[in-house]
Design a protein around this ligand. Structure first.
Ligand SMILES: *Cc1c(COP(=O)(O)O)cnc(C)c1O
Length: 384
């Protein structure tokens, strides 16, 4: 395996996480209990959502969001073609059809509101929007389309933990956090996310009905939990619907609580690094750092640049690899995966160009400014 000199991401873990895990082990209760409850209420508070429901990963969160909104057979769910494949996969798992919409531009690889509106049919039940890189740009327009067409809105907020909205014009959305903007918000705490526990996720909503449905489905549709029975709150249970085991455990919830306390400072650190990146890359003509003009609020999850042409990207990728700097691609165009070919949908011209030209550069709170400079120098060296 290659030893990266500058990795794509790195955990901010120290003795605080170790102590939190040791505490859980000492209390000898490992499955969903007091830590999960505390993590949920702290997370709900940080998002300004009435409910937060912890789950075992972000994909489970998206799946339960689909089911809570009543999405099923015959329904269509409009969503971005540039996204991690999870939302599309769980749309199929729910029995519905994903309809992929193109991105707005290479600079703003978010789902294009105009395309979303054009793709609405009587079968459309909901829209999934993904806050690419953590940016909340365009959420106001998507909310408008959902309201006018009576569609549910699921936020795939996996990149956006800790982001809050600030619009160009004053609006009711100002100050509202990712996950509290649509009907249901979905978060992932996978190890490369801004808040990392290994495998974990969260659903946020202020709708009591959606929350109740998601909570039931998280644990087999059962009316009581082992935790309730352990505390003598219940001795039996009924099963109200056909659910899953999508629960989070105490160790990961304890890690999540520590990470939540570090989130604000770490997101600020990401912001400083991104602004240094933008500054150093500004002189490269034709290269576009995504969302460089956005002021809508972001969690700065990713540092992505778009090359002026395919060959320039290939040259940069080779040079970065030789310098042992790790890169990634967020994301290939989902409609081009074998399992998703042949669906009705948009032309996806911009999504396909984006997937050929985008590069995700290293970004993590512990990254040194000198490392940012180094990455930028390597890219510049390929543009002479
Ligand atoms: C990470 C991620 C997911 C999936 O989350 P898991 O916890 O890995 O299941 C879904 N969508 C986006 C945008 C992500 O970044």
């Amino acid at each position: 395996m290659t030893e990266w000199r500058i990795p794509l991401c790195d955990l901010d873990y120290n003795s605080a996480e170790e102590a939190a895990v040791a505490d859980v082990l000492q209390r000898r209760w490992l499955t969903m209990g007091a830590e999960v409850e505390a993590f949920e209420s702290e997370f709900a508070g940080s998002c300004g959502s009435k409910h937060a429901i912890a789950v075992c990963n972000g994909t489970a969160a998206l799946h339960l969001a689909m089911l809570a909104l009543g999405i099923g057979s015959g329904d269509e769910v409009i969503q971005p073609a540039i996204n991690f494949v999870a939302a599309a996969n769980v749309t199929i798992a729910a029995g519905a059809t994903p309809i992929f919409a193109d991105i707005t531009s290479l600079e703003e690889p978010r789902v294009d509101p105009e395309r979303v509106q054009e793709l609405v049919t009587p079968r459309t039940k909901a829209v999934v929007t993904m806050h690419y890189g953590g940016y909340l740009t365009g959420i106001d327009e998507i909310l408008g389309i959902c309201a006018r067409n009576h569609l549910g809105l699921i936020e795939d907020a996996c990149h956006a933990v800790g982001a809050s909205y600030s619009g160009l014009q004053a609006s009711a959305l100002d100050g509202r956090a990712a996950g509290s903007l649509g009907d249901i918000g979905c978060f992932s705490f996978f190890s490369n996310k801004n808040l990392a526990v290994g495998e974990g996720g969260m659903i946020t909503t202020s709708n009591d009905g959606f929350a109740e449905k998601a909570r039931l489905l998280r644990s087999h549709g059962m009316t009581t939990l082992t935790w309730d029975r352990h505390r003598g709150h219940a001795s039996s249970y009924d099963v109200l619907c056909h659910g899953y085991n999508y629960r989070l455990d105490e160790i990961r919830a304890a890690l999540g609580r520590v990470q939540l306390r570090k989130l604000e400072a770490n997101n600020r650190r990401r912001e400083e690094l991104v602004s240094l990146y933008r500054d150093r890359l500004a002189e490269l003509s034709g290269w576009i750092p995504v969302f460089r003009r956005s002021t809508c609020g972001t969690a700065n999850h990713l540092m992505v640049i778009v090359a002026p042409e395919d060959a320039a990207r290939t040259r940069a990728l080779q040079a970065l690899k030789s310098a042992r700097i790790q890169t990634s691609l967020h994301y290939p165009c989902i409609a081009d995966f074998s399992a998703f070919r042949g669906l009705r949908g948009d032309q996806l011209e911009k999504s396909r160009i984006f997937a050929r030209r985008a590069i995700t550069l290293p970004l993590f709170p512990g990254m040194a400014p000198s490392q940012v400079e180094e990455v930028c120098e390597v890219i510049k060296g390929t543009c002479l």
